[in-house]
Design a protein around this ligand. Structure first.
Ligand code: C5P
Length: 210
């Protein structure tokens, strides 16, 4: 199977030296890419700015902004088959500055001037392939995940509460639940991200046989 995995944060530049971003380290997405390659799949990893080694057997494309990430995903899926899978684990910035200044802005010029526009939603935009998304919430992620799953046309959303101890940004462990469009929920215990990745890849493989 072909897996295209997004991972890490995106950077949305305000001027040449400042950007909006988030604390994502890319660990979950890299673990998924590593596991999928280990299981013999063809894997393209579209990574935002992170400091992780490329897993062996994985083709990696580095990007910075959400728009670059979308373009790289679309190019990786240019000749996609319906059986190909997009796993969107990147923490994509929801907004970007309306414009990026050509030279460094002066402090006094910045008060109250940052106008934001919405970034494209990569998971929602990509069509014609199988899709798995994530939902990171501070609080109970499950009701939101079921809604997102239907809204974005995903076959599964991996929900996690990033405020919970041992979960979310930068940790090596995660406690997630698999939420499906029909609202069914499969809760997994707290486990290493590598083990979560294995469960995700296996769930995708099982889905292919249905
Ligand atoms: O709506 P929310 O950002 O919580 O959705 C999370 C899911 O959507 C994740 O799978 C994330 O990778 C994906 N997403 C995306 N492009 C965005 C925002 C989110 O692919 N601009």
């Amino acid at each position: 199977m072909r897996f295209v995995v997004t991972a890490g944060p995106t950077r949305e530049y305000i001027d040449p030296v400042r950007f909006l971003s988030n604390p994502s380290t890319g660990k979950m997405g890299f673990a998924i890419a590593r596991e999928a390659a280990r299981r013999g799949h063809d894997v393209v990893l579209v990574a935002g700015p992170v400091s992780l080694k490329t897993p062996s057997g994985v083709r990696r494309v580095d990007v910075s902004s959400a728009r670059e990430m979308l373009a790289a995903v679309e190019s990786a899926l240019a000749d996609a088959k319906p059986s190909d899978v997009l796993v969107a684990s990147a923490a994509v910035a929801d907004w970007r500055p309306a414009g990026c200044a050509k030279s460094k802005l002066k402090k006094r010029k910045m008060d109250g001037v940052l106008r934001l526009v919405r970034n494209p939603d990569i998971l929602r935009t990509v069509k014609g392939v199988r899709k798995v998304g994530f939902a990171a919430e501070t609080g109970d992620a499950i009701p939101e995940a079921a809604r997102k799953c239907r809204a974005k046309g995903a076959e599964m959303i991996v929900a996690n509460d990033v405020a919970e101890k041992g979960c979310g940004f930068g940790t090596d462990t995660n406690r997630v639940a698999f939420v499906r469009p029909d609202g069914s929920v499969e809760r997994l215990p707290l486990m290493a991200k590598s083990a979560v990745a294995r469960r995700i890849v296996r769930a995708v493989e099982r889905g292919a046989k249905i």
